[in-house]
Design a protein around this ligand. Sequence first.
Ligand SMILES: [Zn+2]
Length: 82
Amino acid sequence: MAVPFRKVSKTRRDMRRTHYKITANGLVECSNCGAKIRPHRACPKCGFYKGVDTSKETKTEVKVAEEKKAPKKAKSSKKSEE
Ligand SMILES: [Zn+2]
């Protein structure tokens, strides 16, 4: 196994790390209210995401859950009948 020839000094290590920087997050404008928001996320100010108001999130979640459960229940009931 290859091994470093000698220890990297604190100076050399720290000089290398001068390039390690945090970068600012890219921001996009909300399509609804125009606020600067992080991409691929619901707007924290107006709650819109892809033109849909996610402040009504609970209602849509229930609808989706019902749609998913409906066919499963049908299958399970058939199995129980058999
Ligand atoms: Zn918005």
